[in-house]
Design a binder for this molecule. Sequence first.
Ligand code: HEC
Ligand code: HEC
Length: 278
Amino acid sequence: MLELVRAYDSPYKYSHWLKLHEIIKRRGSGMANSDPSKSKHLTVIILVVLIGIPLFFFLLIKLFTSGTSIDTASPTMTQEAIAARLQPVGQIKIVDSAPPGSRSGKTVYETVCFACHATGAANSPKFGDASAWAPRIAKGYDALIKSALNGFNAMPARGGSPDLTDDEVKRAIAYMANAGGAQFQGPAIVAATGSAIDPNGKGKEIYQTICVACHATGVANAPKFGDKAAWAPRLKDGVDNAVAIAIKGLNVMPPKGGYTGSDEEFKAAALYMINNSK
Ligand code: HEC
Ligand code: HEC
C-alpha cells in the first residue's frame, strides 16, 4: 500500500490518507481476531462517508436555493406574451359589439346573410351582382322586407337568425340591395340613446324595484319572470311589439307597469325580464 501511494507524483495529496490508513491498520491489528480484510472495509466506509456526506449536503442546498428557474425578465414571460400563447386557436373576431337591435346592415350581412349571399348559394342573389339583384330590387323595398322577414323559398325567415330585430333585417336588405344598385334607406340606428341603457344594469334595477311586484310570482296572470312558456306567446310578434303593448298598459298591467321614467328605461327593464325568460 505504501509503495503504491508513493508512486504518485504528489505524495502530499495522499499523505493524510496514508496516515488514516496507518491508524486503521494499527487499530485493526490491535483487535482480537483481527482480519486484514476488516481494515479494508473500514477504509471504504470512511471514504464513502467523507465524500458522500458533503455531496449529499451540496445537492440538498442546491435543491432549496435554486428555486423554479423561470426567468421572469425574459421577453417570453411578459403578460402579453403569456396571454398570446393562451389564446384559443381560431378565435372568432367580433366585428361589431353593438347591442342587439342596433346592429348595422353591414354587420348583420357579415354575420348572418353572407353565409349564402356572399357566394350566391342555393340560387340566392349574390352580393354585389347587379344583374342578380335588379329583378329583386324591382319588387320594391317593402316586398323584399316581407320576403326576408317571413322567408321566401330557400331563403329562411330573418336569414335563419330569429334574434335579429325587424330593423336589423331591413338594414341588411338595404345594405345588400344597395350594393346591387338600389338606393334603399334602411331604418336609422337609434341605439345611441335607446340601447345604451343596459338591461342587466338599469333594467335589472327597475325590474327589482317595480316590475318584481307582479312579475316575480305572476300576480293577476302576469307572465312570470323566467317562465319561458308564459312569455313565448307574448313574444311571437317580436320583442318590440310586446314592449309597445306594455308601455300602453294591458288589462291589469298599468301603462309602463306604473314606472314613471322614460320608455327606453322601461324597455330595458322589459328586456331584462324577457332575456331571462327565453
Ligand atoms: C341559408 C341561406 C340564406 C341566408 C343565410 C340568407 N339568405 Fe336571403 N336568400 C336566400 C335564397 C336562396 C334566396 C333566393 C330565394 C328565391 O328567390 O327563391 C334569398 C333571397 C333573398 C332576398 C330577395 C327576396 C325576394 O323577394 O326576391 C332578400 C331581400 C334576402 N334574401 C335577404 C336576406 C337577408 C337580409 C339575410 C340576412 C339577414 C339573408 N337573406 C340571409 C338564401 C339565404
Ligand atoms: C301591477 C302589476 C304589474 C306590474 C307592477 C308590472 N306588470 Fe307587466 N304585466 C302585468 C300583467 C297582469 C300582465 C299581463 C297582462 C294581460 O295579458 O292581461 C303584464 C304583462 C307585461 C308584458 C307583456 C305584454 C304583452 O305584450 O303581453 C310586459 C313586456 C311587461 N308586463 C313588462 C313589465 C315591466 C317592464 C314592468 C316594470 C317596469 C312591469 N311589467 C310591471 C302586471 C304588472
